[in-house]
Every structure is written in structure tokens, then in C-alpha cells.
Design a protein around this ligand. Structure first.
Ligand code: GLN
Length: 313
């Protein structure tokens, strides 16, 4: 049981029960055909507190496609690799636009607004790829995920990757557009191959909450655990998650939940309560911005009940 939050387990279970009963579940993504197979009724929630206690509710052990949540980890890796030089290829301002928007890219001469919209994440992946074969780069990303989650069983769902590879025309357009502006260093199809595959990593809420711990503890996997990144870097990644993690729904997420968070079109959200907890939620139905509808409501309920918003109780 958590000493700091004695009711954590019951709060998590309560919220999972409440969410299971709600009729409003949003729409499951279908533009990647393989994602359309997700069960709209699924709901999972896991909170790992500062002492490492795990509170789980609902389908907390079922793997789902993490999609854009992988962008938090590719950003971390790319910053580790080339540091501030990354910001020559991508900005760090909220976009106010949908995740797959191409309009802004033309106005801003091929430099994506931030690392979490698709164009920005493709530019980040391109930097991880430099100097490697696509297979090596992908292996590096997967191993990093397994390391931070402390779980070597995490894998890529090849069916999801192949499905997006067949149908990802907008991402192919974005990559080629950036290539035309010399923002990508590698062949666009190599970069896209790595991007589609890291988006197709499958994880459960428990694995995802484990993976987020280094953002709770100033770059360490636990209070006195081993260091993944410097404290300053963890703080900055949290800042980008807060401002950009939910695309054109980022303002609404900050307003309602008040935590750094990153969503994916598989219906997952990773949220960080700095110093307090790593939280993963999953419900495949999405709102109009492509963020998990019930996932956001569950997080709003959780932060309200526990007083965890970074803006005050
Ligand atoms: N792989 C998805 C895409 O590129 C990720 C989008 C998302 O999760 N928001 O469209």
C-alpha cells in the first residue's frame, strides 16, 4: 500500500469501474486499419507512485498499440544522441493543429512545430537513424523502451506496422515535404519505416507506467534509482508533454487534467505527476483531436480526487 497516498488503490479501482459503465466512449481510430480491431469497451488504468507501489484497475495487463506515446521515448533518445542540435530540425512550440497537419509545415519551411506532431516525430526519428541501418535504429528504440520499463518482453506489433506502412499516405507526404526542405538527412522511406515500427510498439498500461518513471523522478527510474537522463532534461521533456502532448487538445488537457501527458491514437495516454506518480490509461475510443476520450476523463477524475494537478489542488 502507498504510504503517501493510502487510498490510491481504491481510487484507481473506483475510476476503472466508473469508466467501464460510461456509454460515451469516443471513436476507435480506423485510418490505420489494424487499429480498428481494438475493443471499444476496453479500459485500463495503472498508477505507480513515488515509492514504486503499483495500483491497477481494469484491463491493466492487456497490450495495446502505443502509437504516438512512443514519441516521448524517441525524443529522449534523440536528445541523448545529439543534444540541443536536435532543435535545428524541430521546434518546441505547441502547434494548435491536428497531429497530421501539413499546412503549418509549408509556412514554416519544413521545420515541424514540435517533436510530438507526426512531422516532428518523423524528424526526430530521422536523427536517431543517422549513422545506422533502419533495423539498428529500431532495435535501439525498442531496447531503450525495454530498459526504461524494466521489461525485455516488450515487442513491436508487426501487423500494426505493416498496416500503417500500407496506408500512411499523409505521413509519407509529410516526410517527403521535409525532405524537400532538407530537414531529413536520410532517405524518407527509411525514416518512415523506423517511425511506423516504433509507433507499433505494443505495451500494457503497467508497462507504460513503468516506462514513464524516469520523468517522475528527475531523470531516475526511482527515487534513488539509476539515472536515465539529467534532471534538467526530464523537466524539459515534461514541459513539452504539457504544451504539445495532445496536439490541438493540449490546452484542454492542461485545463482539465493539469499534468504533462502524451496520447496515442491507440487510445493510450501516459501522464506524469512530477515527484508523485507515473500514470498510464487506455481506452481505444478517441475524441475529435485523436486523444482517448475516456482516458482523459479518467485522468481528470484521478487528478481531482488526489489533488495532483501541477497547478494546485
Ligand atoms: N502512427 C500514427 C500516425 O502517424 C501516430 C499518430 C498518433 O498516435 N497520434 O498517424
Amino acid at each position: 500500500m502507498s504510504d503517501a497516498f493510502p487510498h490510491l488503490e481504491s481510487v484507481v479501482k473506483e475510476i476503472a469501474d466508473e469508466m467501464r459503465q460510461r456509454p460515451d466512449r469516443g471513436e476507435v481510430a480506423t485510418y490505420i486499419p489494424e487499429l480498428a480491431r481494438a475493443d471499444a469497451k476496453a479500459f485500463g488504468l495503472v498508477v505507480i507512485d513515488a515509492d514504486g507501489n503499483v495500483a491497477a484497475g481494469g484491463d491493466s495487463e492487456v497490450p495495446f498499440s502505443i502509437q504516438s506515446i512512443s514519441k516521448v521515448f524517441t525524443l529522449t533518445l534523440a536528445l541523448g544522441k545529439i543534444g540541443d542540435r536536435l532543435w535545428r530540425h524541430v521546434g518546441r512550440e505547441p502547434s494548435g493543429s491536428p497531429f497530421n497537419s501539413i499546412v503549418q509545415l509549408e509556412n514554416e519551411r519544413g521545420i515541424p512545430r514540435n517533436p510530438f506532431i507526426n512531422a516532428g516525430a518523423i524528424a526526430v526519428t530521422d536523427q536517431i537513424l543517422s549513422g545506422h541501418q533502419p533495423r539498428e535504429a529500431l532495435g535501439e528504440i525498442l531496447r531503450f523502451m525495454q530498459f526504461v520499463a524494466d521489461d525485455p518482453s516488450i515487442t513491436i506489433d508487426e501487423a500494426v506496422a505493416a498496416s500503417e506502412q500500407r496506408t500512411g499516405f499523409r505521413n509519407i507526404a509529410l516526410a517527403n515535404y521535409m525532405k524537400a526542405f532538407c530537414v531529413l538527412d536520410n532517405p524518407a522511406d527509411y525514416t518512415l519505416g523506423v517511425y511506423f515500427h516504433h509507433c507499433a510498439i505494443a505495451m500494457s498500461c503497467r508497462q507504460l507506467a513503468m516506462a514513464g518513471r524516469f520523468l517522475v523522478h528527475q531523470g531516475r527510474v526511482a527515487k534513488n534509482g539509476s539515472s536515465v537522463v539529467q534532471a534538467e532534461r526530464a523537466r524539459r521533456i515534461n514541459a513539452i508533454m504539457l504544451m504539445c502532448g495532445h496536439y490541438d487538445g493540449s490546452g484542454e488537457f492542461a485545463y482539465r487534467v493539469g499534468l504533462p501527458g502524451k496520447s496515442g491514437v491507440g487510445g493510450g495516454i501516459l501522464a506524469i505527476a512530477p515527484g508523485k506518480a507515473s500514470i498510464a490509461v487506455w481506452s481505444p475510443g478517441l475524441d475529435h483531436s485523436g486523444n482517448s476520450h475516456l482516458g482523459r476523463i479518467a485522468l481528470e477524475t484521478l487528478t481531482k480526487r488526489l489533488g495532483w494537478s501541477i497547478f494546485g489542488a
